[in-house]
Design a protein around this ligand. Structure first.
Ligand SMILES: O=C(CO)[C@@H](O)[C@H](O)COP(=O)(O)O
Ligand SMILES: [Fe+2]
Length: 225
């Protein structure tokens, strides 16, 4: 599977999404944060904007739904053109049924966990997912400080993934930068969301490549995965 760097357009200019998505050709996918002002105290974009983005880029779209009632809405984001849809376990009524529905529609299904949500209760359903998303900030806003206290959970999740014998990606989201990515990779993450680090850089695409180089170097040094 390898390392993946997925820039978050939450830190882009929402009036210039076309330009800012085109500014990161080295991205493995574009991370799109959907917030509904209920599951998190912030409001971003929804289906019409995802449909519009889909027409403007050939990159995969990695949807991160921070919304209530994902059981109702997540499949619609596959119809809108997403290749991967993450929903939060704290919000889902029937996470296994929803994961199966997303996969049946042809998308990857990912299970998201807020910082205070432990992974252990979900050990038996991990194999239903293509990816686990461990939040390394409280969801809702970009530009927050990386929570290094989440690294034990990332390690435990990597162990559970190994135990499952499946190819399941492990994504971290929040506060990822050249300074913090090493800790996350050492803990076992292989997919990295970066918003402010990428779009706050003078050259966003150079930052994507730099983050990947950091991750590759740390991976080879530690042989963690
Ligand atoms: O899901 C979220 C925030 O809730 C993220 O995807 C942020 O967009 C990451 O931004 P940075 O922490 O990298 O600035
Ligand atoms: Fe996100």
């Amino acid at each position: 599977m390898g390392i993946q760097i997925t820039p978050s357009i939450l830190a882009a200019d929402f009036a210039n999404l076309d330009r800012d998505i085109a500014a990161v050709p080295s991205a493995d996918a574009i991370h799109v944060d959907v917030m509904d002002n209920h599951f998190v105290p912030n409001l971003t974009i929804g289906l019409p904007v995802v449909e519009a983005i889909r027409k403007r880029t050939t990159h995969d779209l990695d949807l991160h739904l921070m919304i209530e009632d994902p059981d109702r809405w997540a499949p619609e984001y596959v119809e809108a053109g997403a290749q991967s849809v993450s929903f939060h376990v704290e919000a889902a009524a029937a996470p296994v049924r929803l994961a199966r529905e997303l996969r049946a529609l042809g998308a990857k299904a990912a299970l998201g966990l807020k910082p205070a949500t432990p992974i252990e209760p979900y050990a038996d359903i991990l194999a239903e997912f293509d990816k686990i998303l461990i939040m390394t900030v409280e969801p809702g806003f970009g530009g927050q400080a990386f929570l290094d206290i989440m690294m034990p959970k990332v390690r435990r999740t990597r162990e559970l993934i190994k135990g499952s014998g499946r190819q399941i990606a492990l994504q971290v989201d929040g506060g990822i930068s050249e300074r913090t990515i090493d800790q996350a990779i050492a803990a076992g993450a292989d997919v990295f969301v970066a918003g402010s680090a990428v779009y706050g850089a003078d050259d966003p695409d150079a930052m994507v490549r730099s983050l990947r180089a950091h991750a590759d170097a740390e991976l080879h040094q530690n042989h963690v995965h």
